[in-house]
Design a protein around this ligand. Structure first.
Ligand code: HEC
Ligand code: HEC
Ligand code: HEC
Ligand code: HEC
Length: 227
């Protein structure tokens, strides 16, 4: 309870300390009983500690309010940085790859036909050390699932788009809903993002010819053939 320790903590204590000295002096001066002066000092000390606590609390609350409201002041960098980060998370959460086994449940015929295409063997064409290289595997795989597992080969979603949101029957049956949920129309660009000169084995790409299942890339269309 020595005021000395308090001085180190906060200069405000100096004021209290001065008052304690004054109290002792007054105690000695006004009372013949030294104990009474010491009693009064103890009471003052306790009062002083209470005040320190209160001031501390007010300062802590002020600091909290500052911290909470600071990002709302004008174009604060914290806020500006937080916005794109949020948008990024949103985009990442949207449309995840799920893997061809999920599509197989409802599109068994396309799955079986796809299994016989070169796309279903694209991963095996790479040597083990090439499978680890981004400059090779980017076109010989489909993507990564939300759980970060690699979907190898050029599977359904490499052409039709990541399926986490469109694969539900409700969306699949309605072309508009399916498109909104990420089902991509197949255009030449769906293919040329891989069939281009960056491929070390590039062969000139003719979309109309390559799209024909007979070319060995795209699965047969049993459903369309029937209707
Ligand atoms: C729960 C069953 C189900 C699952 C799972 C499913 N689909 Fe479908 N899909 C359907 C139904 C139903 C249709 C509409 C009828 C049809 O074309 O067979 C459809 C239609 C399609 C079409 C044609 C759309 C059009 O407008 O021509 C494509 C392409 C497609 N699905 C791809 C996929 C892919 C790729 C996956 C896996 C990511 C997948 N589907 C998963 C049920 C499913
Ligand atoms: C994700 C990359 C990727 C996409 C997208 C892609 N392909 Fe391929 N494609 C490949 C790879 C890799 C091979 C070679 C596979 C192998 O032989 O190991 C290939 C092989 C082929 C072949 C066989 C070529 C040959 O020399 O025998 C055809 C045909 C083909 N693709 C057509 C298409 C068509 C049409 C599209 C678009 C509708 C398409 N591909 C989209 C990567 C892709
Ligand atoms: C830009 C996409 C892309 C990149 C990157 C890529 N490939 Fe390919 N790869 C293809 C396509 C598309 C084919 C089908 C043939 C073609 O190029 O038209 C293919 C075919 C192959 C084949 C089969 C060759 C054949 O004639 O059947 C092998 C082997 C191969 N690539 C190895 C590699 C290696 C090794 C790397 C990395 C150094 C690599 N690829 C990088 C797209 C790519
Ligand atoms: C190389 C690209 C490619 C891959 C990989 C691919 N598809 Fe397709 N898919 C097509 C094309 C091209 C069509 C024809 C529709 C068009 O021209 O718009 C099609 C059409 C479809 C259709 C509509 C019905 C039909 O057969 O025409 C369904 C369903 C479908 N695909 C499911 C799948 C499933 C399931 C897988 C994986 C097992 C898969 N696709 C893999 C390119 C691809």
């Amino acid at each position: 309870m020595t005021p000395g320790a308090g001085i180190k903590r906060c200069p405000l204590v100096v004021i209290f300390f001065t008052r304690y000295v004054y109290t002792i002096w007054r105690g000695i001066a006004t009372s013949r009983c030294k104990e009474r002066a010491i009693d009064r000092l103890v009471v003052k000390l306790n009062e002083g500690r209470e005040w320190m606590k209160r001031i501390g609390m007010v300062l802590a609350i002020a600091a909290c309010v500052l911290l909470v409201t600071a990002p709302a002041w004008g174009q604060d960098s914290t806020k500006a940085a937080a916005a794109p980060a949020k948008a990024e998370t949103k985009a990442a959460v949207k449309h995840q790859y799920v893997g061809e086994t999920k599509c197989k449940m409802c599109h068994k015929a396309q799955y079986e036909s796809w299994s016989t295409t070169k796309h279903a063997k694209a991963w095996a064409s790479l040597k083990p050390e090439e499978q680890k290289k981004a400059e090779c595997n980017e076109c010989h795989m489909t993507g990564k699932t939300a759980a970060d597992s690699m979907l190898v080969n050029v599977a359904c979603e490499a052409c039709h788009g990541p399926g986490s949101d469109y694969k539900m029957t409700k969306n699949m049956k309605d072309p508009k809903l399916a498109a909104e949920a990420g089902l991509m129309p197949i255009t030449e660009a769906s293919c040329t993002r891989c069939h281009n000169k960056k491929s070390p084995t590039f062969k000139p790409f003719d979309f109309a010819k390559a799209k024909d299942p007979a070319a060995g890339g795209v699965h047969k269309h049993p459903v369309k053939a029937k209707s």
